[in-house]
Design a protein around this ligand. Structure first.
Ligand SMILES: C[S@@+](CC[C@H](N)C(=O)[O-])C[C@H]1O[C@@H](n2cnc3c(N)ncnc32)[C@H](O)[C@@H]1O
Length: 430
């Protein structure tokens, strides 16, 4: 199918969409599934393939990103999320609509368009988790617990690398849960049947039966503490727990309770991983961005800036945290205004290419993506506890329980390694 036919087909479809939210009952509990119609599957597959090759052409080491999403697929996802939401609420009898941070879960899903906003979650953390689950899966069935599913970027990034396990993931917001379930369902597009996953949405307690199945994800609408307490009552246990970009929005007492419950639910030799925003703001100046795009050759020039920074750090015996090579410039109010990474250079050069080949609409779409992705750092206004402190809380709890553990990745701290936007931690618990 050519692009024009695909575009026309999707417009026709959206003008009179069918209902593709299916209700089932498992263990006496109502769940829903999204069954994507053939038109959407074909459209998404076509667009995804185009975007993957564009991405790999423009982004250095682009293949290492677990998945990419064409901007038009992101746009389509928004339209069908609205349809799904209404249907899901009526099927599951949810009367209260909750969306996180005025609909910011959409922007969270858009981070996959900007490598710097996506890499630590999808490339670094999700890879560490997928490698761990794969190794576990060599011997036994593997179960994963995730909380704060948001747009499901983290879970999907893991499944893209290893899929033979089951996941229970939770979010307090129905809006986030629907966006996440749709993103996870999109994972199946273009996959061989043996790699496909089944995605279920549930309100409240999750059917234990579903967690026994491989390649299954249950997206649960619930508060994290309630959900973890139900897990205990239902006898659920997990090989790993992932708390992606979720803990910083909770006060420390809540974080402590979450960790305590997670530790109760871990199987032997398990992994805990978490990641969160610091209170750092990034607002890339428009003038800076336009100036760089006009100048061109950004990736090469930024490489040079990074090399200089690496030499400077070498002299101080320091290393880039998480191997993430970046040069920041802050203004007098401590806001990061300039970001130099090879990938930022790649994106600027990509926009420049669009402008100079008169693809103005595409250039504007990319510019909007840069704005949404960097704008995500404004979520730092909602941050009330810090990842470096979460790490300390967890270590105290592990020591109180006399648990042996290995720190696979330490989040560091502002005192040790300066300003950072995101911090990550991975701990293996014996
Ligand atoms: C930044 S998003 C997470 C991003 C996500 N991990 C991803 O991969 O797309 C944070 C999410 O935490 C959820 N959240 C906040 N407080 C919560 C709570 N008490 N229980 C469950 N989820 C919560 C929000 O609704 C929001 O969707």
């Amino acid at each position: 199918m050519d692009i024009k036919t695909a575009d026309r087909m999707i417009q026709d479809y959206l003008s009179s969409p069918e209902d593709f939210v299916i209700k089932e009952t498992v263990d006496g509990i109502d769940v829903v599934r999204f069954v994507l119609p053939e038109e959407i599957v074909k459209y998404v597959e076509l667009k995804q393939n185009i975007w993957r090759s564009e991405w790999n052409k423009h982004i250095e080491d682009g293949e290492q990103f677990p998945y990419v999403t064409h901007p038009e697929v992101l746009h389509l996802s928004r339209s069908i999320t609205e349809l799904f939401l209404e249907e899901t609420m009526s099927r599951l009898g949810v009367s209260e609509f909750e969306q996180w941070a005025s609909g910011k879960a959409y922007d969270v899903g858009q981070r996959v368009m900007i490598p710097d906003a996506y890499w630590l979650i999808g490339g670094f953390n999700a890879k560490l988790m997928a490698d761990f689950l794969r190794k576990k899966g060599e011997k036994k069935k593997v179960t994963f617990r995730s909380i704060g599913t948001g747009a499901g970027v983290y879970e999907r990034s893991i499944y893209e690398q290893f899929s033979n396990f089951s996941t229970l993931t939770t979010d307090i917001s129905i809006h986030s849960c629907v966006i996440s379930a749709l993103n996870l369902e999109m994972y199946n597009v273009g996959k061989k049947s043996r790699d496909k996953i089944s995605v279920y949405l549930v309100k409240g307690r999750a059917p234990v039966e579903l967690l026994k199945k491989d390649r299954t994800v249950v997206v649960q609408i619930a508060d994290c503490i309630d959900a973890l307490k139900w897990d205990k009552e239902d006898g659920n246990s997990f090989n790993a727990v992932g708390l992606d970009n979720f803990l910083p929005y909770l006060p420390e007492a809540y974080v402590k309770e979450t960790f305590e419950l997670c530790l109760d639910l871990l199987k032997a030799d398990a992994r805990i991983q978490f990641l969160g925003l610091d209170k750092t703001r990034v607002i890339v100046g428009e003038l800076y961005k336009i100036g760089q795009i006009i100048k061109g050759g950004c990736a090469d020039r930024f490489k040079k800036a990074i090399e200089d920074e690496r030499n400077r750090m070498d002299k101080e015996g320091k290393e880039f945290l998480f191997g993430y090579e970046v040069v920041y410039k802050t203004d007098s109010t401590d806001v990061i205004r300039e970001v130099k990474t090879v990938w930022a250079g790649n994106i600027f050069d990509w926009v420049r290419e669009y402008i100079f080949s008169f693809r103005i609409k595409d250039a504007l779409i990319m510019n909007k993506a840069i704005k949404s992705a960097t704008g995500l750092s404004t979520l730092s206004d909602l941050v009330i506890s810090l990842t470096a402190d979460h790490f300390k809380i967890l270590k105290v709890l592990l020591e109180e329980r006399d648990k042996e553990y290995d720190v696979v990745v330490s989040p560091g701290s502002e005192r040790e390694d300066g300003k950072k936007v995101l911090r990550a931690a991975t701990i293996d618990v014996k």
